[in-house]
Ligand binder design. Structure first.
Ligand code: HEM
Length: 280
């Protein structure tokens, strides 16, 4: 009905384009191949789409951190509920990230090789936001900073993330301040800290009636972990299908290097707790 009597914005009103900056967005794709290869636009658009979703994930996960902190400070459940709600959004975005590779797989290996040389030495290693996501979730490898030396702003953001408490730190600090997890001696070994964390998760699952929202947070974090591993696996499968076992443009051994990242989990304590649960 509204469609029969369109509302045309007056010059001083916001328009679809002014709000969403679509005209800027659709001019941000600059293929390098000459003559331009048909599939290079797909290659650029898919990466840009991933980066937009990474941006949203960082925004949501920062809000999860803020909610967990506030929930712990107030000893209240509302913020824990909100953290779980936002984490659900993150898992849905991550599901899309896993699925999206099928679009890129419509590109023939021969077509990619026709313009791949132009990209070198650009590489996914230089995705600042992907690394920020890892650092934010507690997977901090300072060696990865070196790929960002040519871009000082990205380097500074990553350095900041490296120093800041991660989502994982904030999550376990919240459990400590709520008395769910005991304080661990600051000289304790990594193994002792890991065991204490897994035991705290176990106690949450054993007290379902009082810890519903915390269980929801744990379930969403576990699912997020699962989906990021799926993302890593699909990325490798797509690479093998497209370039086989060639070296990466960023200088790694390619798929065989990435396979070593498949064991990486953000929250291994959440997985360990499942083994510790007793039957019956
Ligand atoms: C034909 C398509 C693609 C190929 C052949 C490819 C290949 C590779 C290779 C070989 C690496 C290892 C680093 C290197 O030596 O360059 C890598 C890393 C990476 N790629 Fe891709 N990739 C492709 C598409 C994508 C897409 C669509 C994304 C989405 C953002 C992406 C994100 C990343 C990230 C974040 C890393 C770093 C992973 C880590 O350090 O664990 N790649 N890629």
């Amino acid at each position: 009905m509204a469609h029969d009597s369109p509302l045309i914005p007056s010059p001083d009103q916001v328009t679809y384009d002014a709000y969403l900056r679509v005209s800027d967005l659709i001019r941000l794709q600059h293929p390098l191949s000459r003559p331009e290869h048909h599939d290079e636009l797909l290659f650029i658009v898919i990466h840009q789409t991933y980066e937009l979703w990474f941006k949203l994930l960082l925004h949501e996960l920062d809000a999860v951190v803020a909610n967990l902190r506030a929930g712990a400070a107030r000893g209240a459940d509302d913020e824990v509920y909100e953290a779980a709600r936002l984490l659900r959004r993150c898992t849905e975005v991550a599901r899309v990230l896993v699925e999206q590779f099928t679009i890129l797989e419509t590109m023939l290996p021969t077509h990619f090789l026709a313009f791949r040389g132009r990209l070198r030495p650009a590489s996914g290693f230089q995705s600042e936001q992907f690394r920020e996501l890892e650092f934010l979730c507690g997977m901090k490898d300072p060696k990865m900073l070196r790929y960002h030396e040519p871009t000082p702003e990205a380097y500074a953001s990553l350095e900041r993330r490296l120093k800041e408490p991660s989502l994982k730190d904030v999550f376990f600090d919240a459990l400590k301040s709520l008395g769910i997890m005991p304080e661990v001696d600051k000289h304790a070994t990594d193994e002792t800290v890991f065991r204490a964390r897994a035991a705290a998760i176990l106690s949450i699952y054993r007290d379902e009636r009082r810890c519903r929202h915390w269980i929801d947070v744990c379930e969403r974090l576990t699912e997020f972990d699962e989906l990021i591993v799926s993302w890593r696996l699909r990325h490798i499968q797509m690479i093998e299908r497209t370039i086989g076992v060639r070296l990466g443009t960023g200088g790694s051994s390619g798929a065989s290097y990435l396979k070593m990242t498949l064991d990486k989990k953000f929250f291994p304590e959440l997985w360990e707790a499942r083994t510790l649960l007793t039957e019956g």
